[in-house]
Design a protein around this ligand. Structure first.
Ligand code: NOJ
Length: 569
């Protein structure tokens, strides 16, 4: 709680760090914890006070560290436990809180639990995972059922030399754990306590929507793909037992600490289910990340489309934000974000490279003053955009993308088509090295990172150049964050009733916080001029991304991606 008895995250500005590509302190080409420590002053100056750091734990790195092989050890690529303790204390000294990524839906197949489970059928660890016998049809060996996982393949992998398969809804190196097993749950409670006792301020709960599975393991009746598998997330997402597991986590662990828990809830979660999780009175966690506002432009799965077919659906975007707001705001806190390490860069997704500065500022202004706790993704504050790699293989650091490419190639798509799709949609776009300055590799490291740096660091898209330019995206972010943290504005954003203005406008996202004094955001989502009528008495312009206000007779002529934050009379 803060000094006013409010949950502290209601005054927080979050920042997401993907450690591998943030800052490399020992020049081995991999970002690390010391690198993060060296940038804490930068982050403080930017104004953020809450970090969510993607997994730092021991891992064979099949999936960016989300495949954990030892929860209590730091991955040597990233540093040591001492470095981690130092990060906690240095961050806290600066008033910055730390959330770590807690991966509790699966382990790595190299985790000792899984290794014991496959070696010894009589072990207690055997019950930590899901093993089932395969099926035979027309002389063919088949997995236990037709479920398809998130990474383009069957959700089952056969154990070599056996008829048994294990369940993995992500990569085959990430076996799902069985939350119906009380002893397994206790293992996770212990891990959570271990980090909370160290002083972490909470967790981002990875893939939390999937903890409960349909334990009948019956086939999905949905539409099978070419290989006979069905992508039916209802088999392993947001199922009734999930809510019990979350309550157990709360009762046994979270309720004993002043910590923040942010669940990542995919699998088409409804706002009603999210509210069940995050209700301030009787929920179990504090914030729920959903994906409904990330792909509102037809880009998801858009292999059959060209770049020209991708267009932000501004009305749907407004509807999606409001659908969640209406259900949740009175009873729950909410997170706000455009992008994380799993999505393409937002300036490429909803903005425009031709109008990088205008659109990056517009997008930030639009999200920052909605109801909730904002999270910025590293590099967003300087307008980092998607890569433009020349070969599909350039994206192969990511297992999900690799599997996608294999599946698309097997379906007959040529590499040219696939490459265009990856440059537009792959999550590798968000995983290129952070661009700190104009030196080689953008000041990230003296060596090439896991993914190749985006060349635009040479044309001004880097922290050093943007710090020096008063009109840069970075300086806009810093100024905007300062406003958002102003107690009067913060209260208005969180307490004033949020309303969309001119809902039917296809190009403009405008909203108002009603209250003693009205706060309004007007944003043009198009790379061309549009008009927007305005019937309120204009007070002050608090934020704006062009040099002059163009308002005549209650009509704004909004230039490409123009945005305003206004106080109305
Ligand atoms: C969500 C994480 O954000 C993503 O990067 C990862 O691949 C999956 N969960 C599996 O852990």
């Amino acid at each position: 709680m803060d000094t006013k008895g409010l949950a502290w995250w209601r005054n927080s500005i979050g920042y997401i760090i993907y450690p591998e590509s943030f800052k490399d302190s020992n020049d081995d080409g991999v970002g690390d914890i010391r690198g993060i420590v060296s940038k804490l002053d930068y982050l403080k100056e930017l104004g953020v006070n809450l970090l969510w750091i993607c997994p730092l734990f021991k891992s064979p790195m099949d999936d960016g560290g989300y495949d954990v092989s030892d929860y209590r050890q730091i991955n040597p690529r990233f540093g040591t436990m001492e470095d981690f303790d130092d990060l906690l204390s240095e961050a806290h000294k600066r008033g910055i809180r730390i959330l770590i990524d807690f991966v509790l839906n699966h382990t790595s197949d190299e985790h000792p639990w899984f290794q014991t489970a496959i070696r010894d059928p009589g072990s207690k660890e055997r019950g930590y995972y899901f093993f089932r016998e395969g099926r035979k049809a027309n002389g063919k060996e088949l997995p236990p059922n037709n479920w398809k996982g998130f990474f383009s393949t069957s959700a089952w992998e056969r154990l070599p030399g056996s008829d048994l398969y294990y369940l993995h809804i992500f990569s085959k190196k990430m076996p799902d754990v069985n939350w119906a097993n009380p002893e397994l749950r206790e293992r996770y409670f212990e891990i959570a306590r271990f980090y909370l006792d160290k002083g972490v301020d909470g967790f981002r709960l990875d893939a939390v929507a999937h903890l409960a599975k349909d334990l009948s393991f019956a086939d999905s009746a949905g539409q099978p793909d070419e290989d006979g598998f069905v992508y039916d997330t209802s088999k392993f997402s947001n199922r009734p037992e999930l809510f019990d597991y979350l309550q157990m986590l709360k009762k046994n662990v979270f309720s004993h600490y002043d910590c923040l828990t942010v669940g990542e809830a995919g699998g088409n979660i409804s706002p009603q289910d999210a509210l069940k999780m995050a209700d301030r009175q009787n929920g179990s966690i504090n914030l729920v990340f959903n994906f409904d506002t990330v792909w509102d432009n037809g880009n998801y799965g858009s292999i059959d489309k060209g770049d020209q077919d991708i267009r932000t659906d501004v009305i749907s975007l407004k509807d999606n934000f409001m659908r969640w707001y209406e259900v949740c705001h009175e009873r729950a806190d909410m997170p706000l974000y455009w992008c994380n390490h799993d999505h393409p860069r937002v300036v490429s997704q909803y903005g425009s490279i031709a109008f990088r500065a205008e659109s990056a500022k517009m997008l930030f202004n639009t999200i920052l003053f909605l109801y909730g706790t904002p999270f910025i993704y590293n590099g967003e504050e300087i307008g980092m955009s998607n890569v433009n790699y020349a070969r599909c293989e350039d994206f192969f650091s990511d297992v999900g993308t690799r599997n996608d490419v294999a599946s698309l190639r097997s379906r007959g798509y040529d590499d040219g088509k696939i490459l265009g799709y990856l440059n537009r949609t792959s999550r590798v776009n968000a995983r290129t090295p952070m661009q700190w300055d104009r030196t080689r590799y953008a000041g990230f490291s003296a060596h090439r990172g896991v993914n190749r740096v985006n060349d635009n660091y040479l044309s001004g898209v880097n922290v050093a150049d943007e710090m020096a330019d008063p009109w840069s995206i970075l300086n806009f972010y810093q100024y905007a964050i300062g406003l958002r943290k102003d107690p009067v504005i913060n209260e208005q954003v969180l307490e004033g009733r949020l309303e969309i203005v001119d809902h039917g406008h296809p190009d403009v996202f405008a909203y108002l916080h009603d209250g003693k004094d009205k706060l309004m955001v007007i944003s043009n989502f198009r790379p061309y001029q549009v008009y927007f009528s305005f019937y309120y008495a204009l007070g002050d312009v608090l934020l704006h991304n062009y040099d002059q206000v163009l308002l005549s007779d209650h009509v704004f002529a909004l230039r490409p991606f123009e945005t305003y934050l206004l106080r109305l009379r």
